[in-house]
Design a protein around this ligand. Structure first.
Ligand SMILES: C[S@@+](CC[C@H](N)C(=O)[O-])C[C@H]1O[C@@H](n2cnc3c(N)ncnc32)[C@H](O)[C@@H]1O
Length: 291
């Protein structure tokens, strides 16, 4: 199970985190997941209980990846707003979440919009914990479908074709938040091609991808060696990324056209931990087949 997805749960439960308060599904799900994710989750929950242990944990993050918790909140705020706008104003009827982790967005949106079919995909062990937690919280809506699969070795086209809840004919938005950096470039290309083939209606993409630094390494601008070690130990090293100015071409090579890239440095909306690009794109029209 991904240590990063547990860290994202911690960010949802952090006292004073924006979001929707202690009773929110975000926070309830995060707490449930931490409680049922073995010793790592229970240790993180215990750490959250006391001021001194939170201070210690903050210091540790400050030495390894400063601003990362606020960055998760920053990216989730943007993603929520985009998806809400797409569903309410652009006629999106299906949301496919790749590498959904323990995020509550799929459960929240499926409860709020009954006409929206949500399909979440993540590794089977992550999905098992999440499904049980959502069940305990009575938060499994009929229009929420959760599938366990390893995207590095399975075909998303076959997976979706085998999913009764999925329809190729619904205007669809694919969300890939905090996941593409764990998938190699050729595998991302295959994934995107298969997504395009699987949907015959309009297809949008909201995603994040690491920026490549000057040495060509995918990483956060303020990433320190402690974070490198933590990612290596938990087998979550970033394996792909893109140079900011090349993003339109990178996406075009994957069959998408960039619509919006969130600027990292706006004073009123600065990314607290720059280095992960957050963007919105539309699928390019399919090329006509040669005779
Ligand atoms: C950093 S977490 C992000 C979770 C969630 N999208 C969020 O932002 O809160 C990355 C997620 O991608 C999933 N993931 C990574 N590689 C995957 C693969 N090959 N197949 C399926 N899921 C994968 C992990 O299991 C993990 O839940």
């Amino acid at each position: 199970m991904s240590n990063t997805s547990l860290l994202i749960c911690v960010s949802q439960c952090w006292p004073g985190s924006p979001g929707d308060g202690p009773g929110s599904l975000n926070q309830q799900l995060a707490r449930q997941v931490l409680q049922h994710s073995g010793w790592r989750g229970r240790l993180l929950l215990a750490m959250l209980r006391w001021r001194w242990s939170r201070a210690l944990f903050s210091d540790l993050l400050q030495c390894s990846l400063p601003g990362i918790m606020a960055h998760y909140q920053w990216r989730k705020r943007h993603i929520n707003a985009w998806i809400q706008q797409q569903v309410e104003q652009q006629g999106i009827e299906q949301l496919v979440i790749i590498g959904a982790g323990f995020d509550a967005l799929g459960a929240i949106f499926s409860a709020k919009y009954k006409h929206l079919q949500v399909v979440e995909i993540d590794r089977p062990c992550t999905i098992a914990i999440k499904q049980a937690a959502l069940h305990r919280l009575n938060a499994l809506s009929p229009n929420l479908c959760i599938k366990g699969a390893d995207l590095a070795c399975c075909s998303v086209a076959e997976l979706l074709a085998d999913t009764a809840a999925f329809s190729a004919n619904r205007p669809t938005l694919v969300l890939a938040e905090g996941v593409l950096m764990y998938i190699t470039e050729p595998a991302i290309k295959t994934l995107f091609q298969q997504l395009c083939q699987s949907v015959s209606a309009p297809l949008q993409l909201v995603a994040t991808q690491m920026q490549l630094d000057q040495q060509g390494r995918p990483q956060f601008a303020q990433q320190r060696w402690l974070a490198d070690i933590a990612l290596a130990i938990s087998k979550e090293r970033f394996v792909s990324g893109v140079v900011r100015k090349d993003l339109p071409n990178w996406l075009a090579g994957m069959g998408f056209s960039l619509q919006q890239l969130v600027p990292a440095g706006l004073p009123e909306n600065a990314d607290p931990c720059p280095g992960e690009l957050l963007f919105y794109a539309s699928a390019l029209p399919a090329k006509p087949k040669p005779y």
